[in-house]
Design a protein. Structure first.
Length: 120
């Protein structure tokens, strides 16, 4: 995990278009992961795509309308944090103390680190 917080602009700089990510997610949704890294990558890419969708909704829609996308993004982010806590990369205590924005920030930091590793 990268130590400094990543805003969405930094975290998603090199991200594929949302439509391409959603296509990849749909393609791999029913395929059992081959290992823990593939499982985590799927969860991370899904959480990041949902976060990006929520960011777009929050920027362009009234908050009452964007709320569903935001809630979905938070649930996916919490799921990633829970997965990481179960697999030793995040403490359960850290996950318990986090709020909705903390979980989304966690996804952004983790996605930034993952993308950096992919293109390095």
């Amino acid at each position: 995990m990268i130590n400094e917080p990543s805003g969405p602009d930094i975290a998603y700089t090199s991200a594929p278009e949302i439509a391409a990510e959603l296509e990849w997610i749909a393609k791999h949704a029913n395929t059992p992961p081959t290992d823990a890294l593939a499982d985590r990558a799927f969860r991370l890419r899904k959480a990041a795509a949902l976060d990006r969708i929520a960011l777009q909704e929050e920027a362009t829609r009234p908050s009452a309308i964007a709320a569903e996308a935001t809630t979905t993004a938070v649930h996916a982010a919490e799921g990633l944090a829970s997965y990481d806590a179960e697999h030793g990369t995040l403490t359960f205590r850290g996950a318990e103390l986090a709020g909705a924005e903390d979980f989304r920030a966690y996804v952004r930091e983790e996605y930034r680190a993952w993308r950096h590793a992919q293109i390095s």
